[in-house]
Design a protein around this ligand. Structure first.
Ligand code: AMP
Ligand code: GLY
Length: 440
């Protein structure tokens, strides 16, 4: 029977998922349900539903009417809302964890406590609070070196870091009070120093297949300046490592994902079936955990799905049937660089409604994924924040970066991007940072 695969979500990450599905020799029919009618995804679909990705009844109805045989959930909000549970209940197998397993992303304290309970190394000092009791005392034990995190999902806006957003004990106390006033629990943790990287693994609960590690760029502007964003771009290296990491760092991150998957089965009594995304920091003391996400990273997915050689449909079947051990997951041994072109004003005041001219032709080894872009009257209109993502591959990061930068020049419209992602000078700086930390 031909698969009918429902993708939930309508950004460039979901476009990359759709493109990977259409490469499958099984020729699945693709369905999408998302907030906007993404101009890249829509032409690949046999049916498209528009609506909120947390509207569980509407998505369930769409899946049933469209006779979906499998669903892949892109963003975190529907996972946290229990969409996987709702679709499984209808008989639609889901790539993406059920609600109580998705707490690995939707609750910062759940994750920290899981690591502690199962003896998994990688936590910094942390403590959870749901009142101001003990807050000042804890902050004083971590002077000038703490991070305060909203315990729940906050779309990347709930984390405040000493030195970036917090500059005095008063600032920190004020943020804690603000969270308590909003009745949000929070976590205070030790600030770690190092280089961040993402390691995503396909996970059926028992077997994990790791993807190449990637480095995201969260800050809006070049030189890692400006406000935090969902991620401006990412790179991976041809050898499946990253220039500032040792093989031991990658081994440690892979091991942590494996231990966490096993701990989740013990803790929740059900298998985690989906993508387990570890956000790590390489520090002078080894690899530590920043956070887990319960889904493909965005933009990481754009890189890794471009590099994926194995049929994504077979991988998804392995994930939902618990037979991933049968599938050998392979990636092209090339470097990749992804740059997002985002709407002007992003992330604080992103402009909407501008017209974008897309290229007729792309540089070699370059793929274009569309995000917040819809087609109206034969024109491409900005309808989101991260608008166009380019991924170029090459024999080196430098080669991929050159093509990717070239690709950005082929687009016109009210967009900007970070030119420094994947450049030799940016990478040299990260390698030097890591060497400096590890030499003391
Ligand atoms: P998160 O939402 O947990 O990924 O946090 C957002 C960003 O805050 C991360 O990408 C890090 O740059 C930073 N961050 C979070 N936790 C820590 C920590 N314990 N030490 C240093 N930086 C952190
Ligand atoms: N790369 C950041 C995220 O997907 O949350």
């Amino acid at each position: 029977m031909r698969e009918r695969i429902l993708i939930v979500g309508s950004g460039a990450r979901e476009h990359a998922i759709a493109v990977a599905l259409t490469r499958s020799p099984q020729h699945p029919e693709v369905l999408c349900f998302g907030a906007i009618r993404n101009a890249g995804i829509a032409p690949l679909c046999v049916s498209y539903g528009a609506g909120s990705v947390t509207d569980l009844p509407s998505i369930s109805r769409f899946a049933a009417e469209q006779r979906a045989t499998l669903a892949i959930i892109g963003p975190e909000a529907p996972l946290a809302a229990g969409l996987a549970d709702a679709l499984w209940a209808l008989g639609v197998p889901v790539v993406g964890p059920r609600r109580h397993l998705a707490r690995i992303e939707s609750s910062k304290s759940f994750t920290r406590e899981l690591l502690r309970k199962y003896g998994i190394a990688g936590n910094p000092f942390f403590r959870r609070f749901d009142s101001m009791e003990g807050v000042e005392e804890t902050l004083r034990t971590l002077p000038e070196s703490h991070v305060i995190k909203d315990d729940g999902l906050a779309g990347g806006k709930g984390v405040k870091v000493w030195g970036d957003h917090l500059h005095s004990l008063e600032d920190s106390l004020a943020y804690c009070r603000e969270l308590i006033d909003e009745e949000h629990a929070f976590v205070i943790e030790e600030k770690m120093e190092g280089e961040e990287f993402s390691l995503l693994s396909f996970c059926d609960g028992r077997t994990l297949r790791h993807m190449p590690p990637a480095q995201d760029h969260k800050r809006a502007y070049e030189g890692d300046k400006g406000p935090n964003t969902g991620g401006m771009g990412t790179y991976t290296d041809a050898d499946g490592k990253l220039p500032f990491l040792a093989q031991a760092d990658i081994d440690a991150a892979q091991r942590m994902n494996e231990q966490v998957a096993a701990a989740l089965v013990s803790e929740c009594g059900v298998s985690y079936q989906g993508v387990l995304y570890g956000g790590f920091m390489a520090t002078k003391d080894g690899v530590r955990l920043i956070e887990y996400n319960a889904r493909f990273g965005d933009p990481e997915a754009l890189n890794v799905l471009t590099l994926l050689e194995t049929d994504l449909v077979s991988i998804c079947r392995g994930l939902v049937e618990g037979t991933l051990y049968e599938t050998d997951v392979r990636f092209t041994r090339k470097a990749s660089v992804c740059k997002y072109m985002v709407s002007e004003g992003y992330p604080d005041a992103p402009q909407q409604g501008g017209i974008v001219q897309l290229p007729d032709q792309l540089p070699d080894q370059t793929t274009m994924y569309l995000g917040g872009l819809v087609e109206q009257d034969h024109r491409m209109i900005v309808s989101g924040t991260r608008v166009v993502g380019f991924v170029s591959t090459g024999n080196s990061i430098a080669e991929a970066e050159a093509s990717c930068e070239q690709a950005t020049l082929t687009v016109s419209g009210p967009l900007f991007h970070r030119k420094d992602i994947g450049t030799a000078s940016a990478i040299t700086r990260r390698v030097a940072h890591m060497q400096r930390l590890r030499s003391v």
